[in-house]
Structure formats: structure tokens, C-alpha cells
Write a protein that binds this ligand. Structure first.
Ligand SMILES: C[S@@+](CC[C@H](N)C(=O)[O-])C[C@H]1O[C@@H](n2cnc3c(N)ncnc32)[C@H](O)[C@@H]1O
Length: 279
């Protein structure tokens, strides 16, 4: 496969820029969550504000965050190279980027639970080794069928203690703010747009609610957090939805956000990964 060296440099530069802008802070939230429910809203989740965190932080090169950052950077290089040579999927790139942002004990949101693979990947990032983590994955989907599949995947894949760190909600992601009433506490909000693989293809994400959900995600994301959107353009409405997502990203102010996309230019129907990093 021929690779244009200038594309590689540009891509590497973009990823490096993204890496340099992904700050990490101790988990801002500490709370007791309700046990696993499938309700459309929760009004009393106590989540601390993260407003005290400055928007620009200089991290001394010797501190532990920097060390962790450097060690995980090589993981991202590997998956990016795999992606460029057709050995890794965009989903795997997304998961590798999340790894560099999310810490044990974080609060994260899977806005499109589906079969639960992304939820499972997030759970592995937030769960403490002793399974006493304060972290949570709030995972939502319009379809109960999807949540049942995700629930069964989790039951098969993780311990009972880890399983308790995931809350599944049958709800539209545009209402995600209701789950985080106290503001900017969420480290990662991930979207995997489109329809449920193996499910009813007519039930899929729609531009209007996706944009409402992105607006909501923007409000609840902590500084140093990430909104990750995997957008599929091969189905009816998918291209239009991607364009709306791209316009949303392009409109975010550079002072507070760094927005990138990862796209295979000669495979026009390949999924596109859009990453919105809050500084
Ligand atoms: C591509 S699938 C997600 C795949 C999933 N993340 C996984 O790891 O298997 C997209 C999911 O989004 C769900 N969905 C569609 N519109 C939604 C909405 N407004 N709010 C929440 N979920 C929605 C669909 O039901 C579908 O299950």
C-alpha cells in the first residue's frame, strides 16, 4: 500500500497536538450513584463541580501524569500506524485515544450503548484494580433490546463488582444532562452513531438529536475531557449527520477546544472519527 509521507507527518502532527492538549486531572467527582436502573432520568446524582480547574496548566516534565502520558503515547502511535495500513479500525483508534484521557475513578458516558462494546472498553478504563472505584459508566440507548445485549455482554465479561460500575439507561442521549445535574464532571462522552449492528436499521441516530446531545455533552464535560464521535456515512442520513457533527466541531472556539477528524480519504464510506478535546 502506498503511503504519502506528507499525510503521515500531518496525521502524526495532529495526533501529537491532540495528545499535548489532553490534560488529565484527578477525578473531580465523588458520589454514591443509584444502583443499575433503566429510567429515563435521575435527578439526584451528586456530582462535584470541576470549575476550580484552570484552563491552562503547566505540567512539570517529571510528574507522574507526564510519565503516564509518554508511556501511553506509544500505544497510540501503534494503533494509528495500524489504522493507516488497514490493520486497525477507527473504533480501535478511538479506544486508544480514550485510554490517554480517562483515568480510574472517572465518570464517563456512552451516549450510544448499542451492543455494549464501547461501554465495556470504558468500564475497563475507569474500574479500580480493587473494584472499589468511584468511577461510573453511564450508558444510554433508545432501544431496550440494545441495553439487554449490552447487559449480557457485561455479565459475561466482567466481575460482579465491576458490573456495578455501569448504569444502563433507556433514554435519548439528548437528555444526558439530567444524569449529571451538577455540571462539568464528565471526562469522556462517546458516540458511535448509526444503527444497532444486527438490529433494526430503521432505528438510528438522527442529526437533530445528535446535535442536541453534543450540546449537552459540551456542558457536562470537564476540562481536559473528550467528546469522541464515530460517524458512519454509508447509510441514508449518515453523511448529513456527519456534516452536522463537523459543523458543530468547526464552531467550537479554539481557545477552549481542539477538534480533529480522522478520515480515510480514498474510502469515502469508511467511518470518520471526530475528536473534540476540551482544553
Ligand atoms: C452503532 S450503534 C452503537 C454501537 C455501540 N456503541 C457498541 O459498542 O456496540 C448506535 C446505537 O445508537 C442508538 N441510538 C439511536 N438514536 C439514539 C438516541 N437518540 N439516543 C440514544 N441512543 C440512540 C441505537 O439504538 C444504536 O443501538
Amino acid at each position: 500500500m502506498a503511503v504519502n509521507p506528507s499525510s503521515y507527518i500531518s496525521l502524526t502532527h495532529k495526533i501529537t497536538t491532540l495528545q499535548n492538549n489532553l490534560f488529565s486531572f484527578p477525578s473531580p467527582f465523588s458520589s454514591k450513584f443509584r444502583s443499575i436502573t433503566r429510567k429515563a432520568s435521575i435527578s439526584s446524582l451528586p456530582v462535584a463541580q470541576n470549575d476550580a480547574v484552570p484552563s491552562q496548566v503547566e505540567v512539570p516534565s517529571s510528574n507522574s501524569f507526564t510519565k503516564h502520558h509518554e508511556s501511553t503515547f506509544s500505544g497510540l502511535e501503534e494503533v494509528m500506524t495500524g489504522y493507516m495500513f488497514g490493520k486497525k479500525k477507527a473504533t480501535e483508534v478511538a479506544h486508544a485515544v480514550w485510554k490517554n484521557v480517562v483515568r480510574k475513578g472517572d465518570l464517563v458516558i456512552d451516549a450510544t450503548c448499542g451492543n455494549g462494546y464501547d461501554t465495556l472498553a470504558m468500564l475497563r478504563l475507569i474500574a479500580d484494580d480493587d473494584n472499589k472505584s468511584r468511577g461510573r459508566v453511564l450508558s444510554m440507548d433508545l432501544q431496550k433490546d440494545a441495553l439487554d445485549r449490552a447487559s449480557s455482554l457485561l455479565d459475561r465479561s466482567v466481575s460482579a463488582d465491576e458490573r456495578k460500575l455501569v448504569e444502563l439507561y433507556a433514554m435519548c442521549h439528548s437528555k444526558m444532562e439530567e444524569l449529571v445535574p451538577n455540571g462539568n464532571a464528565v471526562r469522556l462522552v462517546a458516540f458511535n452513531l448509526g444503527y444497532l449492528p444486527g438490529g433494526d436499521k430503521k432505528i438510528k441516530t438522527k442529526s437533530e438529536t445528535t446535535i442536541l446531545a453534543l450540546e449537552a455533552a459540551k456542558k457536562i464535560l470537564s476540562r481536559g475531557g473528550l467528546i469522541s464521535i464515530l460517524s458512519y456515512v454509508g447509510h441514508a442520513g449518515g453523511r448529513e449527520e456527519f456534516e452536522k457533527v463537523e459543523s458543530f466541531a468547526a464552531g467550537l472556539p479554539i481557545d477552549n477546544w481542539l477538534c480533529c477528524k480522522l478520515q480515510t480519504v480514498n474510502r469515502p464510506l469508511a467511518p470518520i472519527l471526530v475528536l473534540l478535546s476540551r482544553k
